[in-house]
Design a protein around this ligand. Structure first.
Ligand code: ITT
Length: 194
């Protein structure tokens, strides 16, 4: 069976991608499965550059077809921040997801609501010593000032789908994996993977 390396160090992404790709008929491998510890510097100017860089680096080191995700949350009232910098959006080094959510709300307090926002995901699939394929997905909602739900990761507890009156963290993984930016990008990746 063909193998695909899920080229991310983010455990939340690993779980979602494993679920999204489970019916593809390919063996999914994580960096932990092959004892691979690789940190790629995300110094690109775009999600696409960073995703391609991560996928290429993992493919080169592992020799496996590698799928990387570069994603972020863009908040309109923050002029699109934190965007590309979502994983590092905090003045203090060593901050965690909860610190970043609190920091985002601090920066939004006083600005008129709704705090509309969208998640973006770029997925890059790299074939060792060959090409890289890029696909994208977005999902739209708003940031709320209180946390709701315990599922998912990152900004999920403060990202509301107004039409469902549920945050991303209040969704079952199966629901998040129908609606999310990552799910949409994976849908676009399926023909390429096939
Ligand atoms: P890898 O680079 O190893 O994949 P990372 O967490 O550093 O892991 P990114 O650079 O793509 O990944 O950062 C994306 C950040 O955007 C992530 O750390 C979250 O803070 C946020 N994010 C992305 N997708 C999300 C989602 O589905 N739910 C909540 N937050 C998300």
């Amino acid at each position: 069976m063909n193998k695909l390396l899920i080229a991310t160090n983010n455990k939340g992404k690993v779980k979602e991608l494993q679920d999204l790709l489970k019916d593809m008929g390919i063996e999914l491998v994580t960096p932990a499965n092959i004892n691979l510890k690789l940190e790629v510097e995300e110094d690109g100017a775009t999600y696409n550059e960073n995703a391609a860089k991560k996928a290429r680096a993992f493919a080169e080191v592992s020799g496996l077809i590698s799928l990387a995700d570069d994603s972020g949350l863009e908040v309109d009232a923050l002029d699109g921040a934190p965007g590309l910098h979502s994983a590092r959006y905090h003045p203090k080094p060593g901050a965690n997801d909860a610190d970043r959510r609190a920091y985002m709300i601090e920066n939004l307090i006083g600005k008129p609501r709704p705090w509309t926002a969208h998640f973006h995901a770029t997925i890059a699939i790299a074939v060792p010593a060959k090409d890289v394929h890029i696909v994208e997905g977005n999902c739209y909602g708003e940031i709320i000032p209180e946390e709701r739900g315990t599922g998912g990761f990152g900004y999920d507890p403060i990202f509301l789908f107004p039409e469902l009156n549920k945050t991303m963290a209040e969704l079952e993984m199966e629901e998040k994996n129908r609606l999310s930016h990552r799910a949409k990008a994976v849908m676009n990746a399926i023909p390429i993977l096939k």
